[in-house]
Design a protein around this ligand. Structure first.
Ligand code: BYC
Length: 299
C-alpha cells in the first residue's frame, strides 16, 4: 500500500495542482457553508438549538482553516486562494447556492448536506496527501456530530404538529436533489475522477459515493415518516441498493456556472466579510512584525 506524501516529497506538478484545486474548493465550501446556517442563528427556536447551531457554524470555520493551512503546504497562499474565490475563478460546492427558507432547512442541511459531506470525506482520510488526510480526520469527527444534530431536528419536527411535519417534508423535498449533486457529475462526465483515483487523491468515484448516500439516507427518512421526493426510488434486490431517478444535471451545470438561486448574495456576503475584516488582518500582521522586531533586538 502506498504511504501518504508529505509536503517535502517530490510530486508531479499536475498532482500538486489537482490537490490545490480540490483542497481550496473544499476550504471555500466550508466557509461559504457558514452563510446559510449563520442566517438562522438569531432565529433558532430556543437557546439549546441556538448554542448548538453557533457551535456548528464555528466548526465549519475551523474546517476552512485546517484546509487552507493544509493547501498552503503545497506552495499556494491563503490570499491567492481567497482571491480566486472572490473573483469567481475557484469553485465552491453548489449546495450553498440554495436559500434556507425555514428552520427545518437547518435540520435538512445537517442531515443531508453534512451527511453527504461525510460520505465523501471519510474516504479522504486515506487520501494520498498526508496534510489533507490528517485534516480530514478531525473534520469527519465533527461532521458526524453535525449530521446527527440535523437528523435530530428533523426527527423532532417530523414527530411534532402537522405544520412542523409539513415543514420537515418541504425541506427534504427542496434539499434532496441538491444534496445528490454535491457528489459531482456522473462518472462518465467527470473529467477529473479517473486521474484523481489513479493518484489516490479520490478513493471512490462520484457515482459510488452518491449511491452509498442514497442507500443510507432512504431508511433514515422512512424511520421518521418522511418521503424521499423521488417516484422512481425503488429497492433493487439484485444489486442490494436503491435505484433512483435521474438527477437534473442541467440545473447542476447552471449552479456551477454561478447561476444558483442565491449565488450572488453568497459571494457578496463573503467579499463584504473579507473587506470588513481587513483591519483585523492588518492588526495581526503589525503585531507579528512588532514581536519579530523585539525578538531580533533582544538577540
Ligand atoms: N459543486 O471532474 P469532477 C462541506 C466541479 S460540503 C461545485 O467530478 P472532482 C460542508 C469540479 O470542481 C462539500 N463544483 O471534479 C458541509 C470540476 O470543476 P473544476 C465540500 C463541483 O474534483 C456542511 C467539475 O465540476 N466537500 O464541506 O474530481 C456545512 C467536474 O467535476 C461540484 C468537498 O469539496 C459541486 N458539487 O470531484 C459546511 C469534498 N461537483 O474544479 C460545509 C472534496 C463537481 O475542474 N472534493 N464540481 O473546474 C471532492 O471530493 C471533489 O472535488 C468533488 C468533485 C467530488 C466535489
Amino acid at each position: 500500500m502506498m504511504n501518504s506524501l508529505s509536503r517535502k516529497d517530490w510530486m508531479p506538478e499536475a498532482y500538486r495542482k489537482t490537490l490545490v484545486r480540490q483542497m481550496s474548493q473544499h476550504a471555500h465550501s466550508e466557509i461559504v457553508g457558514m452563510l446559510p446556517e449563520g442566517n438562522w442563528i438569531t432565529r433558532a427556536p430556543n437557546l439549546r438549538r441556538k448554542a448548538i447551531l453557533l457551535a456548528k457554524v464555528q466548526d465549519e470555520g475551523g474546517h476552512g482553516l485546517y484546509l487552507y493551512a493544509a493547501a498552503e503546504t503545497l506552495g499556494t497562499s491563503r490570499d491567492e486562494m481567497i482571491e480566486a474565490l472572490h473573483s469567481g475563478k475557484a469553485k465552491y460546492s453548489t449546495i450553498f447556492n440554495y436559500p434556507t427558507l425555514t428552520w427545518a432547512d437547518i435540520g435538512a442541511i445537517g442531515w443531508l448536506v453534512d451527511g453527504a459531506a461525510i460520505m465523501n470525506q471519510v474516504p479522504l482520510q486515506r487520501t494520498s496527501y498526508g496534510p489533507y488526510a490528517r485534516a480530514m480526520v478531525r473534520i469527519c469527527k465533527e461532521e458526524s456530530f453535525h449530521q446527527r444534530q440535523g437528523y435530530e431536528i428533523m426527527m423532532h419536527l417530523a414527530a411534532g404538529a402537522a405544520e412542523q411535519k409539513r415543514m420537515a417534508q418541504d425541506a427534504l423535498n427542496r434539499w434532496w436533489q441538491p444534496s445528490l449533486m454535491m457528489f459531482g457529475p456522473p462518472d462518465d462526465q467527470s473529467p477529473n475522477t479517473e486521474q484523481s483515483m489513479r493518484w489516490r487523491i479520490k478513493r471512490d468515484t462520484n457515482d459510488a459515493l452518491r449511491q452509498k448516500f442514497v442507500d443510507i439516507t432512504v431508511p433514515q427518512a422512512e424511520a421518521i415518516g418522511l418521503t424521499v421526493p423521488d417516484p422512481e426510488l425503488k429497492w433493487n434486490e439484485a444489486r442490494g441498493s436503491y435505484d433512483f431517478g435521474a438527477v437534473d444535471w442541467e440545473e447542476f451545470k447552471a449552479v456551477v456556472k454561478g447561476q444558483g438561486p442565491v449565488a450572488k448574495e453568497r459571494m457578496a456576503a463573503r467579499v463584504k466579510a473579507w473587506e470588513e475584516g481587513a483591519w483585523v488582518r492588518d492588526a495581526a500582521r503589525a503585531h507579528a512584525a512588532k514581536r519579530a522586531a523585539a525578538k531580533q533586538a533582544a538577540e
